[in-house]
Design a protein around this ligand. Structure first.
Ligand code: ADE
Length: 244
């Protein structure tokens, strides 16, 4: 899968994209990330990319011409069968795992990093979707672009090693993940639940399912409305809540 990022700060991406799972996926060629400096598309020799807002007010506004020239060049060079152009902005649709999965269906994403002071409104006509990573304000869209690359990129087959770790994790099942433990069996008086040491795979599966349900009920009961639940799950929830 290919990501093209349009930014004023391409250096921002070098360390995060060279590390860990995403770094290895790029090395293996499973993911490709190209960085495009909007400043290279400035229309004057000083490399001016922003200007004062019409009507007055504080801050600078990212000009439309360099951004759209950069977008044109990137789109022209992108030969993927399906491409989506995204602007990162707190005004966009809020990112969740459902949207991440939808975005993973594209062959290429072009991500335009917004600036917190603002972009010229006319830029919006040149993107397909605006995405926010949450209800808070970042200084720019670069971190949001990294969140998109990370969350979408890890769904590309082969990027995350064990297929199972995608299947059972929080949100993919609609429930929060069950508690995990590793050695030692006891730490400062806290013991690993016996069932996990028992080797009874069916019991372990049942315990984990119940812990997932308990945790979801405690922390994110809203998720239970859309989770896929078996009759046994529903009976267990009734036991826990004392309803039914
Ligand atoms: N730019 C600034 N804040 C943002 C947010 N919350 N999501 C996406 N882009 C942003």
């Amino acid at each position: 899968m290919k990501f093209s990022v349009l930014t004023l700060f391409p250096d921002f991406f070098s360390s995060p994209l060279s590390q860990s799972i995403i770094g290895r996926a790029i090395e293996k060629g499973l993911l490709e990330v190209s960085l495009h400096n909007i400043r290279d598309y400035a229309q004057d020799k000083h490399g001016t990319v922003d200007d004062t807002p019409y009507g007055g007010g504080a801050g600078m506004v990212l000009r439309v011409e360099p951004v759209v020239s950069c977008l044109d060049a990137v789109k022209k060079g992108c030969h993927a069968e399906s491409t989506l152009t995204i602007l990162t902005t707190p005004q966009g649709v809020r990112l969740d795992q459902r949207l991440v999965e939808e975005l993973a269906g594209y062959q290429a994403l072009i991500i335009l990093c917004g600036r917190y002071e603002g972009i010229d409104e006319r830029t919006r006509a040149f993107v397909d979707m605006e995405v926010s990573i949450g209800d808070y304000i970042l200084t720019g869209g670069e971190i949001a672009a990294l969140v998109l690359i990370d969350s979408v990129g890890r769904l590309v087959p082969g990027v995350v090693g064990q297929k199972d770790s995608l299947k059972t994790e929080s949100f993919t099942t609609g429930l929060l993940e069950y508690p995990q433990y590793t050695r030692p069996p006891e730490f400062r008086g806290m013991r690993v639940p016996e069932v996990l040491l028992s080797g009874h795979h069916q019991e372990i599966r049942r315990w984990r399912r119940r812990e997932s349900i308990k945790r979801t009920l405690e922390r994110r009961p809203d998720l239970l409305d859309s989770a896929e639940l078996t009759e046994e799950d529903i009976r267990f929830i009734k036991e826990l809540t004392g309803k039914g």
